[in-house]
Each structure stands twice: as structure tokens, then as C-alpha cells.
Design a protein around this ligand. Structure first.
Ligand code: RFL
Ligand code: PHB
Length: 390
């Protein structure tokens, strides 16, 4: 088989890139190691920046998002037993975020891809990428007991943190930067109305908590937990009790609980690989970087990478230029590091660390107090949260 761009990974990065390319008449094939149903069973991000929504518009996959997504013009930082609202729209000249699940973004992109007749190969075993340092790269994979080969002009490595693309680059050619945090997030999804119509990020002596949602009837909640915890250690009752204890009294009393239908524990990590381009291989999204979810940036960074990569590929196929592809890694990384910094700072601000100590707690408190009472500091927070321009 031959294509122009072989895309490894059918997560939001790969699907969005595939749709933008298909819309411009650039042939592409997406390969994923797992099945479509498995991908649609993953519950992850929930907050979309305006730039991400714009790209989904461009990809022709945003009709349901505009009908069902929830526009949020603010969120709360909870500490000292009360909520302090950050007025995102007021501080950023009217910008919003949209609360719409990653699962739904993925479903909409898959649906659009199928209706366009673009090729996707699910459950592809042993995907391997070859000769990306040369002009004629190719991809191999196994399926139905046979090995298949796809010849292409470029490979887009959109296969997440554990994918094969980044691992195929010789260690001497790649630099990595990493911080692993000493805790995780225990998350639940439950068919109950959200405790508040806006998100609440809580800093509490017992640990961080986050109240989010997927719709007016479906809530997504998280509490900071130990890395040693297993999902089975957390009954629904234990989860709801812990969440209540970490919220201001008015929210704890208003919280509606119910059986959870998705439970997970996610470790938290910051990670960046540099550069993001190796010859004819381009990394995008979690394949190149990971941020802790505290700033709601992972999916949005995948989208901005895809924007820069798409521009490079589009220009190349329009008039043969490599200029934007040559600039890809540098342009993407400039934005990546700002989101890595923001996600790290939100994580440091809101969690209890084993070594926080009395001094650390005083510093966190002073910073929170400054953030919510200084217009300059609130503006910087809001500007980053709604997303830096791309
Ligand atoms: P994905 O979604 O991991 O997709 C990668 C795809 O590649 C496939 N794959 C392979 N395919 C072929 N061969 C191989 N060897 C392969 N290895 C892997 C996988 O099966 C998969 O289908 O990466 P992508 O597309 O870069 O998207 C990134 C986002 O998924 C991620 O950044 C976000 O989910 C992060 N995140 C959040 N981001 C936000 O912007 N806002 C949020 O509110 C937010 N909340 C979150 C989050 C992530 C979380 N977890 C679970 C880590 C909340 C949580 C709890
Ligand atoms: C979510 O709804 O899953 C969510 C929202 C905000 C975050 C992280 C996750 O910062």
C-alpha cells in the first residue's frame, strides 16, 4: 500500500491530523494497535481551548460539540473553606473554554473520517517505522497472520507516551526532560448532576480535589491519591467521603453522589522529548510530551502540535517547500514548554507533596491568596488556562 502521510495512532492527535489532511486532499492512513471500541472506552480529558475547537471546526467534526459542549467563562479555586472565582472571560477579553469529553471528540473525528472514506487500520500488531532518516520511509504492521507494508512520504508519530515512534529514534538523537510527581489522581465518572456549573480546583490539607463534568447530568470528579493505591482500595463510599471532606462546606452539602461507572488511577508526570522531528518522522501530542492534567492542557497541546504539522504538510504538498516542516519542532516546542510550565505550576500550587511541610504550606497559601486577589496574577492564570495563541 502507498500513501502520502502514514499516521501512527488513532487518538485525538492522529485523528485530527488525518481529518485536516483529508480535507486538503492529502492522502493518509491511520494505524492503531488497539480496536476502535477500546479507544472509545478511554475516559480522559474534558476541557477544550478555543484554538482546539477552531481546529475541530476546520476538520468538519464539531457539529455535536457546538450543540452539546458546555461553554465555561470561569472556574473556582477553593481553599480556606471557600471558592474564589477566576473570571476567565472577564480577564481575557471574552475567551471561554468548552467542556466536552475527549471520548466524544474522538468519536466525532472517527465518524467524520469514516464518512469521508479515509483509511484506518485498527488492531495492527507490531507496528514498526523504517528509514525515516531517508527520503523513502515505510511502515510495517502485522494483521491476519501477515506482515503488511505502507510506503509513504512522511510518518506522523501520534501514538502517545508508550508508542513505538519516539522509541524508534536512536537515543543519541533525542533529549528528554522529565518530572514524576509523588501522587496520582483517582477519578470517577457518575451519572449525577455536577455539584457546581463551573469547575472547582480545591487545595485542601487532605490533598487536591477537582470537580468537573461531562454534561448537566454527568459528573467527573478526581481526588489526589497515593501512588500505592489500587482502584479496588477505593469504594464509591470512600471516594465520595474523601471528596466531600476536601470541598468547601457549601459544596460538600450540595454534592449529589451515586454509583460510579468508571474508576481509574492516573499517575502524574511532566515529560518533553526534543526535538519533535527526525528526518521524515514528526512526533505530535503525547508521543512527544506529557503534562499532569492539573492545567487541562494535554489534549490541547496535541491539537496545537497538529496545527503546526498540518501547516507544514499542506505547504509542502502545495508548492514543494520544506520551510514550515523544517520549523515544526521549534514552533511546537515553544508552545509546549509554556504549557509544561503552566501545568507544573498548577500542580505545585494545588497538591500536597510528601515534603510540603509547614513552610511549603504557607508559601502555597500566599500564592493562592495572591492569585485570587491580584488582577495581574489572575489575568496570567486565566490567559494560560484559556490557552496561549497558536
Ligand atoms: P493518545 O490519546 O494516547 O493516543 C495515542 C494512540 O496511539 C495508539 N498507539 C499505537 N498505535 C500503533 N502502534 C503502537 N505501538 C501504538 N502505541 C500506542 C494508542 O492505542 C492510542 O489510540 O495520544 P494523543 O492523540 O497525543 O492525545 C493526547 C491526549 O489523549 C492526552 O494529552 C489527554 O488525555 C491529557 N488529559 C487532558 N488533556 C486536556 O487537554 N484537558 C484535560 O482536561 C485533560 N484531562 C488528561 C486529563 C489525561 C488524563 N489521563 C488519564 C492521563 C485527565 C486525565 C485523567
Ligand atoms: C476532566 O473533566 O476530566 C478534567 C477537567 C480539568 C482538568 C483535568 C481533567 O484540569
Amino acid at each position: 500500500m502507498r500513501t502520502q502521510v502514514a499516521i501512527i495512532g488513532s487518538g485525538p492527535a492522529g485523528l485530527l491530523l488525518g481529518q485536516l489532511l483529508t480535507g486538503t486532499g492529502i492522502d493518509n492512513v491511520i494505524l492503531d494497535r488497539v480496536s476502535k471500541d477500546y479507544i472509545l472506552g478511554r475516559v480522559r480529558a474534558g476541557v477544550l481551548e478555543e484554538g482546539t475547537v477552531r481546529l475541530l471546526d476546520e476538520a468538519g467534526a464539531s457539529e455535536r460539540l457546538h450543540a452539546e459542549g458546555l461553554l465555561h467563562s470561569g472556574f473556582s479555586l477553593a481553599f480556606d473553606e471557600r471558592n474564589h472565582r477566576i473570571d476567565l472571560a472577564g480577564l481575557t477579553g471574552g475567551k471561554h473554554v468548552t467542556v466536552y469529553g475527549q471520548t466524544e471528540v474522538t468519536r466525532d473525528l472517527m465518524h467524520k473520517r469514516e464518512s469521508d472514506g479515509a483509511r484506518t487500520i485498527y488492531a495492527a500488531d507490531n507496528v514498526a517505522i523504517h528509514d525515516f532518516g531517508l527520503n523513502r520511509p515505510f511502515v510495517t504492521y502485522e494483521s491476519g497472520g501477515r506482515t503488511h507494508r505502507i510506503d509513504c512520504d512522511f510518518i506522523a508519530g501520534c501514538d502517545g507516551f508508550h508508542g513505538v515512534s519516539r522509541r524508534s529514534v536512536p537515543e543519541s538523537a533525542i533529549g528528554t526532560f522529565e518530572r514524576v510527581y509523588p501522587f496520582g489522581w483517582r477519578g470517577v465518572l457518575a451519572e449525577v448532576p455536577p455539584v457546581s456549573h463551573e469547575l472547582i480546583y480545591a487545595n485542601h490539607p487532605r490533598g487536591f480535589a477537582l470537580c468537573s463534568m461531562r454534561s448537566a447530568t454527568r459528573s467527573r470528579y478526581y481526588v489526589q491519591c497515593s501512588l500505592d493505591d489500587r482502584v479496588e482500595d477505593w469504594s464509591d463510599d470512600r471516594f465520595w467521603d474523601e471528596l466531600r471532606r476536601r470541598l468547601p462546606k457549601e459544596d460538600a452539602e450540595a454534592l449529589t453522589t451515586g454509583p460510579s461507572f468508571e474508576k481509574s488511577i492516573a499517575p502524574l508526570r511532566s515529560f518533553v522529548a526534543e526535538p519533535m522531528r527526525f528526518g521524515r518522522l514528526f512526533l505530535a501530542g503525547d508521543a512527544a510530551h506529557i503534562v499532569p492534567p492539573t492545567g487541562a492542557k494535554g489534549l490541547n497541546l496535541a491539537a496545537s502540535d497538529v496545527h503546526y504539522l498540518f501547516e507544514g504538510l499542506r505547504d509542502h504538498y502545495a508548492d514543494g517547500t520544506m520551510a514550515a516542516l523544517d520549523a515544526y519542532s521549534q514552533r511546537a516546542l515553544q508552545r509546549v514548554w509554556k504549557a509544561v510550565r503552566f501545568s507544573w505550576s498548577m500542580t505545585m500550587l494545588l497538591h500536597r507533596f510528601p515534603d510540603t511541610g509547614a513552610f511549603g504550606q504557607k508559601i502555597q497559601h500566599a500564592e493562592l491568596d495572591y492569585l485570587v486577589h491580584s488582577r495581574a496574577a489572575s489575568t496570567a492564570l486565566a490567559e494560560n488556562y484559556v490557552g496561549l495563541p497558536f
